[in-house]
Design a binder for this molecule. Structure first.
Ligand code: BES
Ligand code: MN
Ligand code: MN
Length: 463
């Protein structure tokens, strides 16, 4: 019987080739033109679990995209790890900014990844990270070292709000019973600075429409005499924050959990290089809420951002027109203990109130999600910490992330389980952006670390 490390070393190339096969399928959940591909990806994930040695592999139908379930119960008296991940990806747009095709994976070296990185949509978020769990499972099966029972739940709608996963989880509580949930869908500080994510922000997302005249008008004949919806929408949006970037929606901060000075000090100890941060984004300065550091602004503070704004004439040349309407998509990232539904309602009420009588305003809420925090003294966190310490040779730092995985709070509500966010991506991996990539170092490190999590978790649960 070869050791886990030997087995990984002997199968390295194959592990990458198999991930490539998965990355070649454009599983874009947001675009219905890719429906067949999304389903094909679910089938490919299921097949990979079967060949890795899982039992009860199922493609569970939902009103939307299927959830892939599989398990391996080695001994009912052992603890059970429930692995969550997603096989859907974001649209690749803007496609012209990709150096190579988004669904034709290639390995290229970068400054941050001198050993090479896999470039493809989904390489890091989340096919690459999810597939590490399938391969780590194969490693444990092949080296006869699976120390826990394992269940897999891999969904295909994470990037569009996990619309049907809550439904699935609440109907399958027995089937999904476990001791901990393990997720690799977040990042770490750097390849030489491992970290574990201990919190995620929530989300409230709305679309707004401001309507003026019943048709586009000649801007000379009518200009100055009727409301211009784009001018008004811009002004309304600008008024949502003051000069200190404090959000002006009444009640918005009411439930925000402030961190203690001790907690803020502990946070400030995590390595962060502001100059490198600015340089990586070609920015001469950062911007954000007064009184908070960049790390705090991007994790423990709530935000309001316009994600898109449009209306009027966008074609070539000049068209003199007062548009009939203007629209914007606005996201608010939430922190503990803000409630997405409450925030959406506060937004809608406020936005309608600040609209002048010269326009009509409509606000449409989209999907939302609750924020999440996890303690650092439970067996799951300790197992992840020990696993990373063993594979990286350094104790990982706990870090609260600014991103959202709304379903994580729901897992806690429905299954009573904490999720351990042991991610291996880097912020510079360009998830959701053109040229998304995932370091080969990170991919292999993940495959090496995951079995160590199982080992330490089993030990901690025995004690
Ligand atoms: N994996 C990301 C979330 C993430 C990335 C968290 C890095 C922490 C670090 C996930 O796939 C994602 O993109 N989530 C969306 C929310 C969803 C409702 C579309 C997000 O955060 O925008
Ligand atoms: Mn993800
Ligand atoms: Mn994502």
């Amino acid at each position: 019987m070869s050791s886990q490390k030997d087995f990984i070393e002997q199968n390295k190339e194959r592990f990458v080739e198999e991930l490539f096969d998965l990355l070649r399928i454009p599983s874009i959940s947001a675009d219905s033109a890719y429906q067949k591909d999304v389903i094909k990806t679910a089938e490919a994930v299921a097949a990979s679990l079967t060949s890795a040695g899982a039992d009860n592999v199922e493609i569970c139908e939902t009103p939307g995209y299927p959830i892939v379930y599989a398990d391996k119960i080695v001994d009912p008296s052992l603890p059970t790890v429930l692995v969550y991940g997603h096989y859907d990806v974001q649209p690749p747009d803007p496609i012209e900014l990709w150096t190579t095709e988004p669904f034709e994976p290639v390995v290229r070296k970068t400054d941050i990844h001198p050993d090479g990185a896999i470039f493809a949509r989904g390489a890091c978020d989340d096919k690459g990270q999810m597939f590490m769990h399938v391969k780590a499972f194969e490693v444990m099966m092949q080296t006869n070292s699976l120390d826990c029972n394992v269940k897999f739940m891999i969904e295909g709608e994470e990037e569009v709000g996990s619309e049907n996963l809550g439904w699935f989880v609440s109907r399958n509580q027995e089937k999904l019973a476990a001791d901990v949930i393990l997720i690799s869908d977040t990042g770490m500080i750097a390849n030489d600075t491992p970290s574990i994510t201990t919190g995620l922000r929530g989300l409230s997302y709305v679309e707004v429409k401001v309507t003026g005249p019943n048709r586009d008008l000649h801007s000379g004949l009518y200009g100055g005499a009727v409301a211009n919806p784009i001018n008004i929408l811009s002004k309304m949006i600008a008024s949502l924050q003051d000069d200190n970037k404090h959000i002006q929606i009444p009640g918005f901060y009411e439930d925000v959990q402030e961190l203690s000075e001790t907690e803020r000090k502990a946070m400030a100890e995590a390595p962060f290089d502001l100059e490198a941060y600015k340089a990586a984004l070609d920015l001469s300065d950062v911007d954000g809420e007064l009184g908070y550091s960049t790390s705090e602004r991007a994790s423990i503070r709530p935000t309001l951002d316009v994600n898109g704004i449009w209306g009027g004439y966008q074609g070539e040349g000049a068209k003199t027109v007062i548009p009939s309407w203007a629209k914007a998509k606005i996201s608010m990232r939430l922190v503990p203990n803000q409630d997405p539904e409450k925030i959406t309602n506060l937004f809608m009420e406020h936005f309608r109130k600040i609209a002048p009588a010269s326009v009509k305003v409509e606000v449409t809420p989209h999907h939302g999600g609750l924020p999440y925090v996890s303690p650092t003294d439970n067996p799951g966190y300790l197992a992840a910490s020990r696993a990373m310490e063993e594979s990286f040779g350094k104790t990982p730092v706990p870090v609260r992330s600014g991103g959202s995985i709304p379903i994580v709070a729901l897992f806690e509500q429905e299954l009573g389980l904490k999720s351990i966010l042991m991610g291996f991506g880097l912020d510079s991996d360009a998830i959701h952006s053109p040229n998304e990539h995932y370091g080969l170092f990170n991919y292999y490190k993940g495959i090496e670390t995951i079995p160590l999590f199982y080992k330490h978790f089993a030990e901690l649960k025995k004690a």
